[in-house]
Design a protein around this ligand. Structure first.
Ligand SMILES: [Zn+2]
Length: 385
């Protein structure tokens, strides 16, 4: 099974599916492998038709299936100093090297190598393969995929998202929301500040509000929050604006991010900011200059994975791997999107996030073996009696 996985991984690494580029060659290759074992394949293209999600099913067409989820895209290699060609799989010292080996084509290769085993069993519940595009740039493909799944008469029951966790069971991570806020004021001579609308000053008030909220969020975290730090955080990442010392600043921008521990916090922050702009800042700006404006652009809103008392995906993987620890990670994944649909979801996959996104990204072969063992047990546990 390892040889077959390595063969598939070699093909997958050979498709340079950087998020900015098409993933269709990879998706068509994966579709052909799954078609060969009789899986039902569905492709869902994006608006450019250069990228697609693949959703495939082996087993009965009923509710209660298990989703094996991975993203097909990888981060760029530009500005990285690789020892080898990042899009050619190299095997060395018990490791596979190449862009995407751990994040996360190794997991995808393992699920595909196991597809004939799944197909050979009479499964009592379906296995689904969900491979998306544009995860690395805001989980765009997964957002489209869950929209379609949500309209189905029957939903899968559980999902395993195979992002690299060293094969540990991760049942929670924070979300990640990024915003750019533009302030448009009215220029004038610096000696007459009351005759203009100073965008930098309004941006400053906005940033002060963000800092106030950041403190308040600490008090909202539950006592048993498993995250580090335990509360929702806010970071101001970039502030820019203005022209010169003696000119009233007519434009300013603030880039900031929030990492919510729960959707509740994100809604609370966004609600307060919206009314702060509408009811406080904007009326004051427009008193002087009616065309003043504040525009908030959402760069990305990746929902978190909330740890739940009852989680069938965790129970399944605990039974398969025998490991019963709970882990929480600081990075975001597509898992929260599946959870939002009501699908029990965990993150568990081969390799370490330490190696992801870096030059000479690699996957330990031992990790891939562990993953294959888990999938093999999964296939057997789903056999109809
Ligand atoms: Zn990833």
């Amino acid at each position: 099974m390892l040889d077959q996985t390595e063969h598939i991984l070699r093909q997958l690494i050979g498709f340079p599916t950087v998020s900015a580029d098409s993933n269709l060659e990879l998706i068509h290759y994966v579709a052909s492998l799954l078609e060969d074992v009789g899986a039902k394949i569905e492709l869902q293209h994006d608006a450019t038709r250069k990228k697609a999600n693949l959703f495939a099913t082996i087993g009965p067409d009923i509710a209660g299936g298990i989703v094996l989820s991975g993203h097909s895209d990888v981060v760029p290699v530009s500005d990285q100093n690789w020892r080898t060609d990042p899009f050619t799989l190299e095997k060395e010292d018990g490791r596979y090297y190449g862009r995407g080996t751990c994040d996360m084509k190794g997991f995808i290769a393992a699920t595909l190598a196991m597809a004939p085993t799944f197909a050979a069993h009479q499964l009592k519940r379906p296995i689904h393969f969900a491979f998306t595009y544009d995860e690395e740039v805001g989980c765009l493909g997964a957002q489209d995929l869950v929209q379609i799944l949500g309209h189905r008469p029957h939903l899968p029951a559980a999902a395993i998202v195979g992002e690299p966790t060293d094969m540990k069971i991760v049942e929670g991570h924070k979300g990640c929301c990024e915003y750019s806020v533009y302030f448009e004021g009215h220029a004038g001579h610096g000696s007459m500040p009351d005759h203009g609308v100073n965008a930098a000053e309004y941006a400053t008030r906005y940033v002060s509000k963000l800092l106030e909220l950041r403190e308040a969020l600490k008090g909202r975290a539950p006592k048993d929050s498993p995250f580090d730090p335990p509360w929702t955080t806010i970071n101001v990442g970039r502030i820019e604006g203005g022209t010169a010392h003696n000119v009233i600043c007519n434009h300013a921008e603030v880039d900031w991010e929030m990492r919510p521990i729960a959707q509740d916090d994100a809604d609370w922050v966004n609600g307060i900011l919206q009314s702060f702009c509408q009811d406080d800042l904007l009326p004051n700006m427009r008193k002087i200059w009616p065309d003043s404006n504040i525009t908030t652009r959402t760069i990305g809103e990746v929902i978190g994975l909330t740890p739940l008392r009852s989680n069938e995906a965790r129970d399944i993987v605990v039974a398969l791997t025998g490991s019963n620890d709970s882990h929480f990670v600081p990075f975001g994944t597509e898992a929260g999107l599946f959870q939002e649909l009501g699908i029990a979801t965990i993150v568990c996959g081969p390799g370490s996030i330490e190696q992801a996104h870096k030059a000479d990204e690699f996957l330990e072969i031992g990790q891939l073996k562990q993953c294959l063992t888990m999938l093999d047990k999964l296939a057997h546990s789903m056999k109809a009696a």
